[in-house]
Design a protein around this ligand. Structure first.
Ligand code: AMP
Length: 481
């Protein structure tokens, strides 16, 4: 019989909460991470959102809190701090602590920027056991003496790679300097590039390393298709695919915030109700959009990569890439929003002629050719412009087609190079609170509004960007304060 939650030595109130959530068995990351965390070890976890990683750290942390008790019945003390890159993820993680810990009588607070400080200050003054925070707002509250770390036992860095991408390293270091040296530290990251490894080496003590297969290799239950469609036909194509009766809930991804708003407006004209969520919206507007999507009032959510990160909504039947992401790893993140926890899902990608280099990069990353979906009436959709399809038919291995490995992108096919222009080894440009598009080096002009692949081509001879880490998107909003 497969492993059960009870086999992980979890206490009864946690088992009850997990059962109430309908989880039948621990996921691989939970099986691996829960025992060492329960024992008090540091953990370095390589796992993406969608693998069950939140419960993998929340459950054992809650158990340690419950078993540790508030010493001497004294006042509550802040004993666990979880740092996350985005407010959505902070809210999600906070909710998970509350859900899993509901029979334990512990208190969790969530703090992030973009909303008034007062309720957060009040919650902290009342005393909490667990604090989930984005770094900027946390520092603001710390400077007012509201987050005393003297009795902190456990620190979690969640989505550490994204935090570094968003320029939070200095804030993280400032927080670290305030924490007791003797503590348990858990670091979770979807990818392990050298800067994350370096951070891990400097803050973890003899960590237990846990790792689960990246989503890229676990997406077998997602029916992935590409639709070749001209840009001007994408709107009609979207309306068509949204008519699929099998569609229960869809997330439509656009590359920019502007694009997300435009899609919502266009769908509105076609009488298809949709809501957009992205970093430019007020917290209230985002929460309302998410709530109406979660409740099923609206079945279409339009989002940018950064806004969708950390959103945890189950039962998404379709992910539609209205624009292909210019960073292939984002594709994997996007489609991971469907087919959660063993369900099946559909991922459709619209690819216009300018996006074909992006498609090639995605197919190379996932080591798979996306089968074609033809939409009747859209002429361009009838043909498959990918040259290597023939090669595949002839039985040759289909490594990403178009470009031989190691050869740099032909001129003119370049893509906007957010984040990739930085020569290796050169430090990340500093991000400032509230700045947009932090990845653009100073003094360089903003990519054109029609940020299609015609943006800036990669300098000759520079070859492919590093794989393995999603780079910041142009509409990355750092709204953590
Ligand atoms: P996460 O990777 O933490 O974002 O979790 C992804 C999704 O999986 C969330 O919707 C969780 O509620 C769900 N989940 C977590 N653990 C389990 C489990 N053991 N069985 C089924 N679903 C789970």
């Amino acid at each position: 019989m497969s492993m059960q939650f009870a086999d992980l030595k979890l206490i009864e109130p946690l088992l009850r909460a997990v059962e109430a959530e309908g989880y039948s068995a621990p996921t691989p990351i939970q099986q691996q991470a829960i025992p060492p965390i329960l024992e008090g070890s540091d953990v370095l976890g390589c796992a993406q959102t969608g693998t069950g990683k939140t419960a993998a750290f929340a459950l054992p942390i809650l158990q340690r809190l419950a078993q540790g008790g508030a010493p001497g019945g004294g006042p509550r003390a802040l004993r666990v701090l979880v740092l996350t890159p985005t407010r959505e993820l902070a809210a999600q993680v906070g909710e998970s602590f509350i859900t899993y810990g509901k029979h334990l009588g512990l208190r969790t607070a969530v703090v992030f920027g973009g909303v008034g400080q007062r309720p957060q200050m009040d919650a902290l003054r009342r005393g909490v056991d667990v604090l989930v925070a984005t770094p900027g707002r946390l520092l603001d509250l710390c400077s007012q003496g509201l987050a005393p770390f003297g009795r902190l036992e456990t620190l979690v860095l969640d989505e550490a790679d994204r935090m570094l991408d968003m320029g939070f390293i200095h804030d993280i270091r400032r927080v670290l300097a305030m924490l007791p040296e003797r503590r348990q530290t858990l670091l979770f990251s979807a990818t392990m590039p050298p800067d994350i490894q370096k951070l891990a080496d400097s803050i973890l003590r003899r960590p237990v390393r846990v790792e689960v297969a990246p989503v890229a290799t676990t997406a077998e239950n997602i029916d992935q298709r590409v639709v070749f469609v001209e840009r001007s036909d994408k709107r009609a194509a979207l309306e068509q695919v949204l008519k699929d009766p099998a569609l229960r809930r869809a997330i439509v991804f656009t590359r920019t915030k502007h694009g997300a708003n435009r899609v919502v407006q266009q769908l509105g004209r076609a009488r298809i109700e949709a809501v957009a969520i992205h970093g430019n919206k007020s917290q209230g507007a985002r929460e309302r959009a998410l709530a109406s999507f979660k409740q099923g009032t609206t079945s279409v959510l339009v989002a940018t990569d950064i806004a969708a990160r950390g959103i945890d909504i189950d039962d998404i039947s379709h992910v539609i890439n209205y624009d292909l992401p210019n960073i292939p790893e984002s594709y994997v993140h996007r489609i991971g929003r469907t087919a959660r926890a063993g369900a099946s899902g559909v991922a459709l990608s619209f690819c216009d002629s300018e996006e074909r280099p992006y498609l090639a990069d995605i197919e190379r990353l996932i080591r798979k050719r996306l089968p074609l979906l033809e939409i009747p009436g859209l002429a361009y959709a009838q043909s498959d412009p990918r040259p290597a399809l023939q090669a595949q038919a002839q039985g040759r291995p289909h490594q990403g087609q178009s470009r031989p490995q190691g050869q740099s992108r032909p001129q003119g096919q370049g893509r906007p190079h957010q984040g990739q222009s930085r020569p290796q080894g050169q430090s990340r440009p500093q991000a400032h609170a509230g700045s947009l598009g932090q990845s653009r080096p100073q003094g360089q002009s903003r990519p054109q509004a029609h940020a299609g692949p015609q943006g800036q081509s990669r300098p000759q001879g520079q070859g492919r960007p590093q794989q393995g880490r999603p780079q910041p998107q142009p509409d990355t909003t750092r709204a953590d304060r």
